[in-house]
Design a binder for this molecule. Structure first.
Ligand SMILES: [Zn+2]
Ligand SMILES: [Zn+2]
Length: 459
C-alpha cells in the first residue's frame, strides 16, 4: 500500500533526518579514527552524492505535455486518444494525470511522498541514482558498524570500564536505523530496476499488466478487445494462437458443476470461459481458447540494454548527476514484435476518450491513397461497432457478476476482481491506480459513454 503522509513536508524531513542523522555521526564519532584520509574522502563523496541526487529528485520536474498537446498519429504508431479534461490537452502515451502535482506527467511511474514529486520521464534517473547512492553508503556503513558489533561481542567478557558505553549505544542505534534504511531502499530499488530492465515497464504499467493478467479470462475483457481490434484494424478479430503451442487451457472446475446447475442463463454466460469448458458448455464463449496472457506483447519492452538507455540515457552518463534520457518523453520506441497478433495501442482493452464521431483512425498506411480508400469504410465500421450496446457490459450484468462472485467466494479459481473497472481494480498488495498518485477522475471515460447514451435517448 502506498504511503500517504499527513504532513507532506515530513516526506522531505524524514529522509533528510536519516541521511544526516546516520551518515555524519557514523563518520565523525565512529569511523574517523580507523579510516584513512582516502577512505574518509570516499565516504563523504558518497554522502554528497546522496544529497545531490536527492535534491535533484525533489526539484527536477518529470515533464508535462505542452499546453494544448494533441496526440500525434504518425506512421505505425498506435496510441489511444486520451483527453485530460483537467489539463485540457491530450495525454501522450504512457502519461497520466497526477492528483497531487495536478498536471499530466510524462511516462509517470508514481508520485513519491518522500520527494514530494512525481517520478516520471525526466527525473527517473535522479530518483534511481538517489536510491543507488543510498544503498552504496548504507552498505559501507552496515559493513563498518558490523565490525564494531562483532568486536563488542568478542569483548563481552572484558570488564565494563574498558568499553565506552555511549559509543556502544551509538553503534547499536545507528546500526538499527541504517539497517532499516538499507533494507527498505534495496526493496524499492530492486522493484524499480526489475520493472525497468526486464519488462520495460513503469510501476503503473506493471500494475496494468497485473490487472490484465487477472482479468484475462473474462468475457468483458475480450468484448473490449474485439471492439478495439475492429476499431483499429477495421476488421473482425481473427483466430488467435499461442506461441507456446499449448493445448486448450483446462482447469479442474468440476466441483463447480453442482452450483452452476442452479444458475440462471445470464449467470451461466458470465461464468463460461475456457477455464471451465465442461462446466457450462451450452454457451459459446468469446474468450479465445488457445491464446494466453503470455502471448500479449507489451509494446515498450525492448532489450535489457535498450530499456536502460531509454530510461537513463547513454551509458557513460548513468552515474553523472546531470545524466538523463535525451528525447522529449512524448513518444517512445516500440518493440517490433512479429508475435504481436493484436497489434493494438496499450492497454489493449483501453478506450478512447473521444466520442465515437470524433474518433480518428489510429491505423496508418504506407500508401496515402490506400489510407484514403480505407478511412471511409473503416469509420463506418467504427460507428456501427461503438453504437452496438453489446460491447459494453451493462450495469445489470455487473450486478449478476457480483452475485456470481458471492456464490463462488472461496472458490479456488474465481477471482472476484474479474469484472471490476480498471479504475476500481487492485492488485494483490491492495494497490489501485490511485495509490500510484494517478487522478482516477481523469482516467474514467464512462462519463462520455453516458453522455452519448443520453444523446441517443433524446433522439
Ligand atoms: Zn492532466
Ligand atoms: Zn505527482
Amino acid at each position: 500500500m502506498a504511503i500517504v503522509l499527513q504532513w507532506p513536508w515530513m516526506g522531505i524531513a524524514i529522509p533528510c533526518f536519516l541521511i544526516g542523522g546516520i551518515g555524519y555521526p557514523a563518520h565523525f564519532f565512529i569511523f574517523k579514527d580507523r579510516f584513512s584520509v582516502q577512505k574518509q574522502v570516499i565516504y563523504q563523496l558518497c554522502l554528497t552524492m546522496i544529497w545531490i541526487s536527492y535534491y535533484l529528485a525533489c526539484t527536477v520536474l518529470p515533464g508535462s505535455p505542452p499546453k494544448g498537446y494533441k496526440s500525434e498519429l504518425t506512421k505505425g504508431r498506435k496510441v489511444w486518444k486520451r483527453y485530460c479534461k483537467k489539463c485540457e490537452s491530450d495525454k501522450p502515451e504512457r502519461a497520466h494525470h497526477c492528483k497531487t502535482c495536478r498536471t499530466c506527467v510524462l511516462k509517470m511511474d508514481h508520485h513519491c511522498p518522500w520527494t514530494m514529486n512525481c517520478v516520471g520521464y525526466k527525473n527517473m534517473p535522479h530518483f534511481l541514482r538517489f536510491l543507488f547512492w543510498v544503498i552504496i553508503t548504507t552498505g559501507i556503513t552496515f559493513f563498518e558498524l558490523g565490525k564494531d558489533l562483532v568486536q563488542y561481542y568478542k569483548d563481552r567478557n572484558l570488564p565494563s570500564y574498558l568499553i565506552s558505553k555511549s559509543k556502544m549505544a551509538l553503534v547499536i542505534v545507528l546500526s538499527l536505523m541504517n539497517l532499516v534504511v538499507l533494507f527498505s531502499i534495496i526493496v524499492l530499488f530492486l522493484r524499480e530496476v526489475y520493472h525497468i530492465v526486464f519488462t520495460g515497464r513503469t510501476q503503473i504499467e506493471g500494475w496494468e499488466c497485473e490487472r490484465i493478467e487477472s482479468q484475462f479470462y473474462s468475457e468483458r475483457f475480450w468484448r473490449r478487445i474485439k471492439k478495439n481490434y475492429k476499431k483499429v484494424h477495421g476488421k473482425k478479430l481473427p483466430e488467435l494462437t499461442t506461441w507456446k503451442n499449448a493445448e486448450k487451457v483446462h482447469y479442474e472446475m468440476d466441483y463447480l458443476q453442482e452450483d452452476a446447475d442452479q444458475l440462471d442463463e445470464s449467470q451461466r454466460n458470465i461464468l463460461s470461459s475456457p477455464r471451465n469448458p465442461k462446466t457450462i458448455s451450452d454457451h459459446q464463449s468469446i474468450v479465445p481458447e488457445t491464446f494466453t496472457y503470455d502471448d500479449l506483447v507489451f509494446p515498450y519492452d525492448l532489450s535489457v540494454y535498450d530499456n536502460l538507455v531509454e530510461t537513463l540515457g547513454p551509458v557513460y552518463t548513468w552515474l553523472l548527476p546531470w545524466g538523463g534520457p535525451r528525447s522529449d518523453g512524448l513518444k517512445f520506441k516500440r518493440s517490433d514484435d512479429a508475435e504481436d497478433q493484436l497489434d493494438l495501442p496499450w492497454p489493449p482493452d483501453g478506450e478512447d476518450s473521444y466520442e465515437p464521431g470524433d474518433y480518428e483512425l489510429t491505423k496508418t498506411y504506407d500508401d496515402p491513397q490506400e489510407e484514403e480508400s480505407h478511412s471511409g469504410a473503416v469509420s463506418t465500421n467504427v460507428t456501427e461497432e461503438v453504437n452496438d450496446n453489446d460491447n459494453y457490459i451493462d450495469s445489470d450484468n455487473d450486478s449478476v457478476s457480483s452475485k456470481v462472485s458471492d456464490l463462488f467466494k472461496g472458490g479456488k479459481y474465481f477471482d472476484n476482481r474479474l469484472n471490476l473497472e480498471r479504475t476500481e481494480w487492485m492488485n494483490d498488495f491492495g494497490e489501485n491506480l490511485e495509490d500510484f498518485g494517478v487522478d482516477i477522475d481523469t482516467e474514467r471515460t464512462t462519463h462520455l459513454r453516458n453522455r452519448s447514451q443520453t444523446r441517443k435517448t433524446e433522439n
